[in-house]
Write a protein that binds this ligand. Structure first.
Ligand code: PLP
Length: 405
């Protein structure tokens, strides 16, 4: 019996991380200081995008993306039912309508063929955009989605929260990192502690589009600009009396549209920077863990592995945010593992079945493949600091519960 709890995911905080945060806490800027741009630059370089905008969390990132793309009342946007609710909620924040489309059961990602069928079944112009999700760390083929989106004049927001460092190989044999801006207008990441990079709360938007980048910077901070090149006018504050920006250099600002305070703090950004340095080592360790699970369970008929056939390049392209097995007796397995201090989890309740979305008209049976997947899925421990002994214990416990030990 393992005495301490083995969770399904966990952050890896080292002395370097702690020192970096403390240094910022002793500095002049807790927020709106130099660490934000530094983190953005490092992140953009890591992912391979032109621009990056740090924000307070992944949900804020999604909201800013739907705002920047102009989602409005009644706009129909397509997403996957197997994701965290935030991927869909961002459409609702702007008054849009969420259209779920079923998954491909071989990889649990939004099935492009089903999206195509949906688009072809309605007049062009019915839909505004697509939000594919690199679920569990498996990269969506964004090249294929871009082609489809262009045919129907749609924008794409790639929800890459699970997938920093994950990639697919395009039709020219070129590695395309999730969120690199080559295909989606905007991509988003989360730095919640169970993700690859932890900043407490935190998020990032990446893009190659300069106009969207400028817009996001403004929306992140109340719709305010302090850039003299972008001022719209002087402000009339009483009849015949105006405040001109050149009278108050360094202070004057204009709120030009309705934005939010979705800023990240500098100490979170400092943590993000040191976490990013460890990201590749973390990915490597996740792949070792995945390989060991695959080996241990490959001949166990009661376990369906996440794409056991993935080998070579394909195996290594996965970021393994989650390691999801499918078992028939999921509830029993979940409860028995908890008794043994292994806290597996379930990702996710299909979003269309959440009470909020059922109240909007979605119901059981609408997404049969997502619902079938949900009945059996179980996320078992996957994080870089999972020790060999802990993983052995997880494997032995699962095998013994299945009568195979
Ligand atoms: C796929 C996905 N999208 C969006 C989010 C939202 O990110 P955050 O928790 O940082 O708001 C999450 C986080 O759990 C997620 O897993």
């Amino acid at each position: 019996m393992n005495n301490s709890i083995i969770p399904y995911g966990k952050q890896n905080i080292t002395k370097e991380d702690i020192d970096a945060v403390v240094e910022v806490l002793k500095s002049d800027y807790l927020t709106q200081g130099p660490k934000i741009k530094e983190f953005e630059d490092h992140f953009a370089q890591y992912i391979g995008s032109k621009y990056a905008v740090a924000v307070s969390n992944g949900t804020a990132a999604l909201h800013l993306c739907t705002l920047a793309l102009g989602v409005t009342e009644g706009d129909k946007v397509i997403t996957s039912p197997i994701t965290f609710s935030a991927s869909a909620n961002c459409i609702r924040y702007c008054g849009g309508e969420v259209i779920f489309s079923d998954i491909d059961p071989s990889n649990f990602l939004l099935d492009i063929n089903k999206v195509r069928a949906l688009l072809e079944s309605s007049p062009k112009g019915t839909y505004s955009g697509i939000i594919p999700v690199d679920f569990a760390g498996k990269a969506v083929n964004m090249e294929a989605f871009r082609k489809l989106a262009d045919e129907f004049s749609l924008w794409i927001i790639e929800d890459a929260c699970h997938a920093p460092g994950s990639f697919f190989t395009d039709s020219n044999g070129i590695r395309q990192n999730c969120g690199n801006g080559s295909f989606a207008e905007l991509s988003i990441f989360s730095f919640h502690p169970v993700k690859h990079i932890a900043s407490g709360e935190g998020g990032m938007i990446t893009t190659n589009n300069e106009l969207l980048y400028e817009k996001l910077l403004k929306l992140r901070t109340h719709g305010i600009t302090k850039d003299p090149n972008n001022y719209q006018n002087s402000i009339e504050f009483a009849a015949g009396t105006q405040t001109h920006h050149n009278e108050y250099p360094g202070w004057y600002m204009e709120m030009q549209e309705l934005g939010f305070n979705y800023r990240m703090t500098d100490f979170q950004a400092a943590l993000g920077i040191t976490q990013l340095k460890k990201a590749n080592d973390g990915l490597q360790r996740r792949k070792e863990i995945a390989l060991k699970y695959n080996q241990a369970f490959k001949n166990i008929s009661q376990i369906v592995l996440p794409q056991p056939e993935l080998i070579g390049e394909e195996f290594f392209s996965h970021a393994y945010h989650l390691f999801i097995i499918q078992v028939e007796n999921r509830l029993e397995m979940y409860n028995e593992l908890r008794k043994k201090n292994i806290f597996a989890q379930i990702h996710y309740i299909p979003v269309h079945l959440m009470p909020y979305y059922q109240n909007l008209g979605w119901k059981a049976g609408d997404m049969p493949l997502a619902e079938a997947y949900y009945k059996k899925c179980l996320s078992i421990p996957m994080y870089p600091t999972l020790s060999d002994a802990e993983q052995d214990y997880v494997i032995e416990t699962i095998l013994s519960l299945l009568g195979k030990a």
